[in-house]
Design a protein around this ligand. Structure first.
Ligand code: ADP
Ligand code: MG
Length: 312
């Protein structure tokens, strides 16, 4: 970056570091975050590359918000309380108008998730963001991928496939009618990580994962980590009115099962627990391994090809 790297940091990346968890924010060699007694630190990092994770020309406020949401989604899946984040950002140039909008998106995310921006790194090069998130969970309470038990109910929050549908709209591959296009663009640009739901699930879910790679892939990861199989009912997977408006039902279902970028939570509940509000039951945990979707073999293989070629 130019000599004024420090004034750039001061102008665009400072002042978002206030919060109860912050003892020391931006400006020193490290930030200092507070944990409560009996808590553990959970941390994760997530990178977004221009043209790979979002289309070139994505408005900067959305680039920032989306990158934070993608990272926070991992905290949500563990049931963590957000503490703070750091942002390593590589910028092609110090464009003031672009940076002002970028900061707007960052500020919106800081506020949405109560997640202060406590540090980072700023360099020049092709646009790329790495968001490292830190959160806290009471000892022994983090929801892992590995806890699913045979007989559990498999649930998912929200609507699936909107991320892939939104990308199709943004790339001009699909023109849904009003108001679906605007809804889907928002779902792609401004995904909302399910932090409150994750914290609620901490008390009774046996396992959880956030849906970032595609529902089938992520259920597969959870099943493998737990040493179980999953029977999925594809028809039970919730689709938004926007996706249901698609002429081709197979395309909509493929986006929901394999699309990725939804940032919903997929989780397992022991028998007797109803899914919380806004979540749906989509299958069950069974003995064995892998994900069984009934007779929908085409969709599964379609997904595998899709996944192998997906630029992420
Ligand atoms: P150091 O050389 O010790 O790594 P830097 O000179 O890179 O520190 O950064 C100075 C301060 O500004 C540090 O507190 C750092 O965390 C913060 N900072 C740098 N870039 C960003 C950014 N993109 N977002 C938030 N804070 C940043
Ligand atoms: Mg230093």
């Amino acid at each position: 970056m130019p000599d004024d790297e420090f004034s750039l940091i001061e102008q665009y990346f400072s002042g978002l570091d206030a919060g109860g968890s912050v003892e020391l924010g931006v400006g020193d060699d490290c930030a200092i975050l507070r944990l409560e007694t009996g808590e553990r630190l959970v941390t994760s990092v997530d990178t977004q590359v221009d043209g790979v994770h979002f289309p070139p020309g994505t408005p900067p406020q959305h680039v920032a918000f989306r990158a934070v949401s993608a990272a926070v989604s991992d905290l949500a899946a563990m049931g963590a309380r957000p503490l703070g984040m750091t942002l390593a950002v590589t910028l092609p140039q110090a464009d003031a108008a672009w940076l002002a909008l970028f900061r707007e998106g960052l500020a919106a995310a800081v506020s949405e998730y109560s997640l202060p921006l406590v540090g980072g790194d700023t360099t020049r090069g092709p646009l790329c963001l790495s968001v490292q998130v830190m959160g806290a969970v009471p000892v022994g309470k983090a929801i892992k991928r590995s806890g699913a038990q045979v007989g559990d109910t498999l649930c998912v929050s929200g609507y699936l496939g909107d991320g892939a549908g939104g990308l199709a709209v943004l790339e001009g591959r699909w023109q849904p009618g009003h108001p679906h296009a605007a809804y889907l663009e928002q779902r792609f640009y401004r995904p909302r990580a399910r932090v409150a739901l994750g914290r609620q699930l901490r008390d009774y879910a046996t396992a959880a994962i956030d849906v970032s790679d595609g529902l089938l892939a992520d259920i597969g990861h959870m099943a493998a980590a737990s040493g179980v199989g999953v029977r999925l009912e594809p028809d039970s997977v919730p689709l938004s009115a926007a996706l249901l408006s698609h002429d081709n039902k197979d395309t909509a279902l493929r986006w929901a099962l394999a699309g990725g970028d939804d940032y919903e939570l997929c989780f397992c509940l022991p028998g007797g627990h109803e899914p919380p509000a806004g979540a749906a039951c989509i299958g069950e945990v069974v003995a064995g391994e892998g994900v069984d979707c009934g007779d929908d073999i085409d969709i599964v293989s379609g997904y595998q090809h899709f996944s192998a070629s997906a630029p992420r």
